[in-house]
Write a protein that binds this ligand. Structure first.
Ligand code: FMN
Length: 247
């Protein structure tokens, strides 16, 4: 059986993981809860968003422990600018001794939207055309058309600096007066960084900047700094409650 290992906070990567499963079968596994090395699977698909021209912390931590004998296919998705992120993850995975067969990347709706709103027409356009981009990649995989990223400039230093600062972002979040203490934010956080203390939602210092709490709060009550932005996003083509599950 294939292992389709994914990280996702707003569902784009899960949507892609489900498409991979439809085409190639396999078990969809949520990386933050996965403690294995992938040895139980035939082939490994890693489906991940691009974060700061690199990858989420959970993916960065997973790759070194994966079984070196398995074929690994990486599918990255991003909101606007990938800037060498495919070469960065390829180089990093190679350094860990992984058997990387291919790295594919595709555009999906942007979720790093703390300070701006994605116009509706733009969002809908990105969603509508996503299936064609996903299918193109799945066809390439089926036809064994491997894609190894060309040597190019990456933003590795910027990525590593940003990654080391992600934990600080928790300080900039608060649950505002719209919070009804449903504790959804607590359950969606992949690192247990949010808790209810004396009836108040409190953010700790382990944030990985995935913005799951921000986007998925049913009341839109998680606020970044003093911004009053209303725009929130999760992929409408999946059941939001599936994000974080193994399927
Ligand atoms: C912390 C963070 C950093 C991001 N950095 C980038 C980036 O460098 N380039 C980009 O195009 N999109 C970036 N994005 C957007 C996501 O890659 C994109 O929206 C992705 O589809 C989200 O996947 P998900 O819905 O599975 O979580 C970033 C998102 C977050 C939360």
């Amino acid at each position: 059986m294939n292992g389709i290992l994914y990280f996702s906070s707003t569902g784009n990567s899960l949507y892609i993981a489900k498409k991979v499963q439809e085409r190639f079968d396999g078990k969809i596994v949520y990386i933050p809860k996965y403690e294995g090395e992938g040895s139980e699977f035939e082939k490994l698909f890693i489906v991940t968003p691009i974060y700061s021209y690199g990858m989420p912390a959970h993916v960065y931590d997973l790759l070194p422990r994966l079984d070196k004998s398995k074929e690994v296919i990486i599918i990255q998705n991003y909101g606007g600018m990938s800037a060498g992120a495919d070469y960065l993850i390829y180089q990093y995975a190679k350094k860990q001794g992984l058997n990387i067969i291919s790295v594919y990347k595709l555009k999906m709706p942007e979720n790093f939207t703390l300070t701006f709103t994605v116009p509706k027409f733009y969002l809908n356009k990105a969603l509508k055309s996503a299936d064609a981009r996903i299918d193109k990649i799945l066809n390439m995989i089926e036809e064994k058309r491997c894609l190894i990223p060309k040597k190019q400039k990456t933003r590795e230093q910027k990525y590593l600096t940003n990654k080391s600062n992600w934990h600080l972002i928790g300080r900039d979040f608060k649950a505002n007066e719209n919070c009804v203490r449903c504790q959804k934010c607590i359950s969606v956080c992949p690192v247990g960084n949010i808790s209810l203390v004396d009836g108040k939602i409190v953010f700790g210092d382990k944030c990985v900047a995935c913005l799951g709490c921000y986007h998925r709060c049913p009341q839109k009550a998680i606020q970044y700094k003093n911004k009053k932005k209303k725009f929130r996003y999760f992929n409408p083509n999946i059941d939001e409650n599936d994000i974080g599950k193994d399927i």
